[in-house]
Design a protein around this ligand. Structure first.
Ligand code: GLN
Length: 454
């Protein structure tokens, strides 16, 4: 096949299914076709090819793409065309992947179902009455629906792993600092990471390979060698030591998710691994810690959307202050406003020590929980989510139940370690995910285990 065939295949599939699935916000058709033609011509003359040569890829809409609309699924950015490419997008170009289009998400990545998108509803390809998860719901649904074989998402508290689990695909949140955040519209800067969503672990390893590495444009990217992830897929996990936190199989975790993990552990044992129960004692504080810290950071990061510098500006203002207020009132959706208010409150002078500072201290304890387990074990395993996907509309009236979706993914972001979700059986015809968590910068071991299990 030619690259042009691959790209046409992608657009054909999008035309056939995306009015139902609703994964794509914008298509990059003219540029993608022109680039595919160029790659096909290069096939005749070159003998060295990019790592993702000719591969169609979709990009979450909080990752900026030059001259290609980037909205974060928010009305406040509904007309925003960036003037530069995110580092990961430049890296995709160096790898000769073809950007097919931009993918729907919860507004500014705040949510667990993509129902907070200010622009469009995305449905779960397994059952259109169900949510795809979020906030990278478009990225997971597009891969699950066969519209693109590769996509990029972002994960602040679970937004790659949770939709990957709900849509039955593979999603990895890399170690904090593994992938540059330059050009990722910031939600909570100390937690956000871009990562790959794919059909298989091997594809995932290729995509991570292409986007990893230190970046002078992001001082939080880490100067740590990038290993060859694909060569880690040996199939050999003999002697591997697995920790299973009792908090991840206890209260709040559904029976189907629990059982699917126990079944997975049997498979891993049969391949020569051993497992033991451990404790991450501060897990119960993770949700509160996360919502304090992420909302505080969000309230600061989102102050830049003022009607002057980017996107939407109200028509209904008489003076500057009114213009700021009206623009933000009209441009942001309810969930985003809730986070900004929570964060502004937590950071206000009388409350800083009681909330923000306390949350930072608890974050350290959570990180130390992980470090002490990793002194004796290679990976930590549990469910990705307490239940499979829920119905569209089922949780929209109750933010706290929606937040509780992320109890198993959030601690990983707080600790900064990497985690993957791989498909692990079905419950009521909907996919469940197995979460494999690794040491800082040890994505290779995660991939090795995920690949052996897959
Ligand atoms: N669901 C979580 C939230 O709403 C996580 C989102 C994310 O990872 N971007 O904040």
């Amino acid at each position: 096949v030619s690259v042009q065939d691959l790209v046409e295949e992608s657009y054909k599939r999008i035309n056939a299914v995306d009015d139902k699935v609703g994964a794509f916000l914008a298509l990059n058709e003219d540029n993608a076709r022109a680039y595919a033609k160029q790659l096909d011509e290069a096939l005749q003359t070159k003998d060295e090819f990019g790592l993702l040569f000719g591969m169609p890829i979709g990009v979450k809409d909080n990752i900026v793409t030059k001259d290609l609309r980037t909205t974060c699924s928010s009305k406040i950015l509904a007309n925003f065309d960036p003037i530069y490419d995110a580092t990961v997008v430049q890296k995709l170009q160096s790898a000769e992947a073809v950007t097919i289009g931009k993918l729907n998400m919860d507004e500014f990545a705040m949510g667990s179902s993509t129902e907070n998108s200010g622009l469009q509803l995305t449905r779960n390809p397994w059952n259109l009455d169900y949510v795809p998860g979020g906030s990278s719901g478009g990225s997971a649904a597009a891969v699950a629906a066969g519209e693109v074989p590769f996509s990029l998402g972002s994960d602040t508290g679970g937004s790659i792993r949770q939709p990957a689990a709900y849509c039955g695909v593979v999603g990895l949140k890399p170690t904090y600092g593994r992938v540059s955040r330059y050009g990722l519209v910031a939600f909570a800067s100390s937690l956000d990471q871009i990562g790959p969503i794919t059909n298989s672990v091997e594809d995932n390893a290729y995509l991570l390979q292409a986007i990893s590495g230190v970046d002078p444009m992001d001082s939080t990217s880490a100067n740590v060698d990038v290993p060859d992830y694909v060569s880690a897929l040996t199939g050999d996990i003999k002697g591997l030591k697995i920790a299973v936190p009792k908090e991840y199989l206890g209260e709040g975790v559904g029976e189907a998710a629990r059982q699917s993990v126990l079944d997975a552990l049997k498979v891993l044992e049969s391949l020569g691994a051993t497992w033991e129960e451990v404790s991450l004692p501060h897990s119960k504080y993770a949700l509160a810690t996360y919502y304090l810290l992420s909302s505080s950071e969000a309230s600061a990061n989102l102050s830049r959307f003022d009607g002057v510098r980017y996107g939407y500006r109200t028509d209904n203002a008489e003076n500057l202050l009114e213009m700021y207020k009206q623009t933000r009132s009209e441009g942001f959706g309810n969930e985003v406003k809730r986070r900004i208010m929570l964060g502004t409150f937590a950071l206000s002078s009388g409350y800083y020590d009681a909330y923000y500072k306390k949350a930072q201290q608890v974050r350290t304890l959570i990180k130390e929980d992980f470090e002490s387990v990793f002194e004796n074990y290679d990976v930590i395993i549990g469910p990705t989510t307490p239940t499979p996907a829920f119905k569209i509309g089922e949780k929209t009236d109750d933010p706290l139940t929606m937040y509780a979706n992320d109890i198993l993914t959030i601690p990983v972001n707080l600790a900064g370690v990497p985690g993957i979700s791989v498909p692990c059986g079905l419950a009521n015809g909907l996919p469940l995910g197995l979460q494999i968590i690794g040491k800082h910068f040890d994505e290779s071991t995660i991939y090795r285990v995920a690949h052996a299990f897959e």
